[in-house]
Design a protein around this ligand. Structure first.
Ligand code: FAD
Length: 449
């Protein structure tokens, strides 16, 4: 198969690593015949999970055929390179939706399984792997094997959240959820500080199928953690009486045409944006309808929005803290972030529910905070991230591997207590550690504890 050696990066554009790339055209061409290999879907993980410095990266973007759609049962089977956008384009018009979706529809099925992604409904429905009925995997010894929660289940739960390190996911069968319209009924509530925001997200009277909050992480003092909680559910036909409720709207995507200069996103400009956003979104207390695209995927409307952070790129910090520790821990995290003047305007707080059976899956019951941090001064940013990791650890939390480019191997072990269980399965199915990535080497994943 032809290969190309090239420098590539994840969505945050940091780090960039030189890797050997190949792009099989057909499912039958998939082979794990390199000494060090990692699969890459759409490269929407932020850090180094889909990179393999001086090793091989197998691009799955052409392994993207839809195989079966059962419109009675709401079950779809597709090759792992199919994107969520492609699935939505065929299933919404039949009244089905993704059971779990991350904040971009440009992720691949394989990437969603490998990161066991969570959505705004995690507190009700869990993460992606829970809705996977089965998959076919390509193993290091060349075998193709079926696995699910009931067949080869240990391999299945090591692969769900396993960041591509157990094998190549070839096909995925997914259970969808029924919808009556393609609209989301949304309601916003503003909160003047973090405690008030937690109260909104925990309020059973406001709770909905989906919930999420935006946080103004430039706010300080008595306004620390102020934000807007956004609740939503798939609108019923009664709620959406207009014509053609199952129309599949796809807005055109405009690409950011150039890299923004690094200085454009500074504490002043971000503060102005945050103030305007807080007042504008916080006013929408009456329920309103919006398309599922603008509710779930607001950032997808600007293609390559990651260029906004300039050529040096950015890191995303996402951690989860257990329920009882969440308010005190998030307060300390936000204090550290706002004191650092390392401004972020895309800060999101979500409530998470039960943990997944995925051994390296990220979610645990509690709250997760995610925010973008521009890479202006690497040393200063890494000092801040060390501090954030420390606070996260002290509160019993963990960092999300799909967003990470900085965590240490030592902290990874402390945050992921099921690593030893995962490693047993990894060594059983991939004893020579063929499936390897820049993330795995940085965190010593695949090595003995
Ligand atoms: C704007 C935006 C919003 C996001 N919001 C969320 C969110 O709300 N919740 C959330 O959980 N995540 C979120 N993410 C992260 C994203 O959903 C995950 O990183 C997902 O894994 C990306 O899929 P991908 O196809 O781009 O995978 P890649 O980035 O290409 O790869 C990610 C991992 O999956 C592995 N992988 C990919 N394909 C395969 C395969 N066929 N076989 C084996 N392993 C494979 C790779 O090896 C790598 O370890 C967001 C990302 C962006 C850019």
């Amino acid at each position: 198969m032809p290969t190309l050696t090239k420098s590539i990066s994840g969505w945050g554009r940091y780090p960039a690593h030189t890797c050997e790339l190949s792009r099989p055209e057909r499912y039958a061409d998939l082979k794990a015949d390199q000494p060090s290999i990692i699969a890459r879907g759409q490269g929407r993980s932020y850090g180094d999970a889909s990179l393999n410095e001086h090793g091989h990266v197998l691009l799955t973007e052409r392994i993207n055929r839809m195989l079966e759609l059962d419109i009675k049962q709401g079950i779809i089977k597709a090759e792992a390179g199919v994107t969520l956008a492609e699935i939505l384009s065929v299933c919404v018009k039949h009244g089905w939706f993704l059971p779990v979706t991350p904040g971009t529809r440009f992720a691949s099925l394989g990437g969603c399984v490998a990161a066991d992604v969570h959505g705004k409904n995690h507190h009700h429905d869990g993460s992606f792997g829970k809705h996977v009925l089965g998959m076919e995997m390509l193993l290091a010894d060349g075998r193709r094997i079926q696995c699910s929660a009931s067949e080869n289940s240990e391999l299945f739960w090591a692969t769900v959240g396993g960041m591509g390190l157990t094998g190549i996911i070839g096909t995925v069968t997914l259970k969808l959820i029924p919808i009556a319209t393609s609209q989301i009924q949304v309601q916003h509530r503003a909160a003047g500080n973090l405690q008030a925001l937690f109260e909104l997200l925990n309020d059973p009277d406001l709770d909905d199928h989906y919930s999420v909050a935006w946080i103004d992480c430039m706010a300080k003092g008595h306004k620390l953690g102020r934000g807007v909680a956004m609740f939503g559910h798939h609108a019923s036909v009664d709620e959406y009486r207009a014509a053609l409720p199952l129309t599949h709207h796809v807005k055109s995507v405009r690409n950011l045409p150039f890299d923004f200069p690094g200085w454009l996103l500074n504490p002043l400009s971000i503060n102005l944006f945050n103030q305007a956003y807080f007042w504008n979104e916080g006013r929408k207390t009456d329920a309103f309808l919006t398309s599922y695209e603008s509710y779930f995927y607001p950032l997808d409307a600007i293609g390559q929005w990651n260029r906004m952070y300039g050529k040096r790129g950015f890191l995303q910090y996402q951690c989860v803290l257990p329920e009882t520790q969440a308010l005190s821990g998030m307060t300390r995290l936000l204090q550290a972030i706002s004191a650092s003047r390392n401004a972020s305007f895309l800060a999101v707080l979500k409530r998470l529910g039960e943990s997944s059976l995925g051994m390296l899956s990220f979610p645990m019951p509690g709250f997760t905070l995610a925010l973008d941090l521009p890479l202006h001064d690497q040393q200063a940013l890494f000092t801040l991230l060390d501090r954030l990791d420390q606070i996260t650890l002290e509160h019993g939390g963990r960092v999300y591997l799909a967003k990470d480019a900085h965590l240490s191997a030592e902290n990874f072990r402390l945050m992921y207590p099921r690593y030893a269980d995962w490693l047993k399965i990894k060594q059983q199915f991939d004893p020579a550690n063929v499936f390897n990535s820049s993330l795995a080497r940085r965190l010593h994943i695949g090595e003995q504890p």
